[in-house]
Design a protein around this ligand. Structure first.
Ligand SMILES: [Zn+2]
Length: 450
């Protein structure tokens, strides 16, 4: 029953193709470090591939508030028979600036943050960080910021304590308590403003922000500024078989999905690619998969096709649909193998991973795909020659996790989790295998053509 390394099944020619594919993947990761940047990249890519916001077309897409994208491809069959849906998310764990972030202390200008999603706080100190996001000025105009990515940009950093002084303050504490959330404070500047009496360093950095971006301290109130790792996506390993980058959960799926929805001839069933936001915080909010955006989009698309549609029609169509919840999974960690039950875990390099269920503590809080549907996906992937494996997240009662699968399952459709295994998942620098990235895209293409 144990699957083998996917690389074993690949020729030299295949490996060249996989590496070429992953050059595109790395450049996507470098240009899409936030949900907004991902949505823009995806929207631009769709537009270049014949998708438009005109609802009467064969290829339609719409962007929800700059953070979420849905793309539709009309198939040969009646949409009432159901759609082929794949959903991936484009948000990733990060540090958001607070709405009143700037202060000065011990001759330093500093920024306060509030972390977003599941992070291990100790991983965010003493690494180069970049600042990305938008600020809505008092007059309603928007300014975009992306600082820390190009080689001559400054970067930012959260200080850590030197080992000489950390014994009581950190070393004797639990790992999860050694760095507290309120201590994730970003170093932002240190030259005082000449002639200023009070808070001269804070005044100086605010002056730079005013000159460069035209923003004031109060404008942070209406800003979404995200601190993300300043690392670039790189090959990992002497054989270059892996990719190291921030945000591969879940942009690994988003990239393959974007390629899959664009490529190939007209599908049999109509296809839907959902690039959603806010998965990392439980899919709450108006850019999450739980907002009504999906139904409104479908209503408009079906009306554009000349189909007389109403809420009941859309509900029946979603009930008859089949879906993949494309999200990453934790691969067996070479040095902490005990947290996995290896007979049912996924491994780096063994292909795209399907998970019948997620959740924790007795499958709680998750969608559990029906055996019939698992069988269907299994046959589909085998017929298409996809390299795939199965895996659940960790040993029973070890922890666990969830995806958006349960929110789409609530519409009654068949859905199963399917994505690439990662090492160092949810860290500032996640590791994937190039063969898994490639096979995930192939799996999505084959699913859309089914
Ligand atoms: Zn995820």
């Amino acid at each position: 029953m144990q699957k083998q390394s996917g690389w074993k099944q690949k020729s030299k020619e295949d490996i060249r193709e996989i590496f070429r594919f992953c050059e595109g993947y790395k450049s996507f990761l470098d240009r899409a470090k936030t949900e907004r940047e991902s949505a823009r990249y995806i929207g631009d890519y769709l537009a270049k591939n014949g998708f438009s916001e005109d609802h009467s077309g064969e290829r339609v897409f719409r962007v929800n508030r700059g953070k979420e994208v849905i793309a539709f491809r009309r198939g040969e069959k009646d949409p009432a028979d159901g759609l082929r849906i794949i959903v991936a998310h484009v948000d990733a764990p990060r540090l958001d600036l607070k709405q009143n972030p700037v202060y000065e202390d011990v001759d330093l200008a500093l920024l306060r943050t509030h972390y977003y999603g599941g992070i291990k706080k100790y991983q965010w100190v003493a690494i180069p960080l970049a600042l990305h996001g938008v600020v809505i000025r008092a007059d309603g105009t928007t300014v975009e910021i992306a600082l820390g990515e190009s080689d001559d940009d400054p970067v930012f950093l959260i200080d850590d304590l030197l080992p000489h002084l950390s014994r009581k303050a950190q070393d004797e504490k639990k790992l999860s308590e050694a760095i507290e959330g309120e201590k994730l404070i970003v170093l932002f500047g240190s030259i005082p403003l000449a002639g200023a009496e009070k808070d001269a360093i804070k005044e100086a950095v605010l002056g730079i922000l005013k000159d460069r971006y035209g923003i004031t301290e109060e404008d942070f109130i209406s800003a979404e500024l995200e601190i993300v790792p300043a690392f670039k996506a790189r090959d990992v390993g002497i054989d270059r078989s892996m990719v190291g980058a921030y945000g591969q959960d879940d942009r690994a799926s988003a990239f393959g999905l974007l390629k899959a929805i664009c490529e190939g001839a007209a599908p049999r069933q109509s296809c839907l690619a959902i690039f959603t936001d806010k998965e990392e915080v439980g899919s709450e909010g108006n850019t999450s998969v739980r907002s009504n955006f999906l139904q409104i989009f479908l209503y408009d698309v079906l009306s554009g096709m000349g189909i007389k549609t109403d809420e009941a029609f859309i509900r029946r169509m979603l009930y008859s649909s089949k879906a993949l919840s494309a999200d990453v999974n934790g691969a067996v960690n070479p040095t902490f193998q005990d947290v996995h039950e290896k007979q049912n875990a996924c491994f780096l390099g063994r292909g795209v991973c399907i998970s019948k269920f997620t959740g924790h503590l007795g499958k709680s809080g998750a969608s559990d795909a029906n055996a019939e549907y698992v069988g269907e996906i299994r046959r589909l992937f085998d017929r298409g020659g996809v390299i795939w494996q199965t895996g659940e997240m960790g040993r029973v009662d070890e922890g666990g996790g969830g995806t958006v699968a349960k929110f789409l399952a609530a519409y009654g459709m068949d859905i199963i989790d399917c994505g690439v295994p990662l090492l160092t998942m949810h860290s500032p620098y996640e590791i994937s295998s190039k063969v898994d990235i490639y096979e995930a895209c192939r799996a999505f293409q084959i699913f859309f053509r089914s």
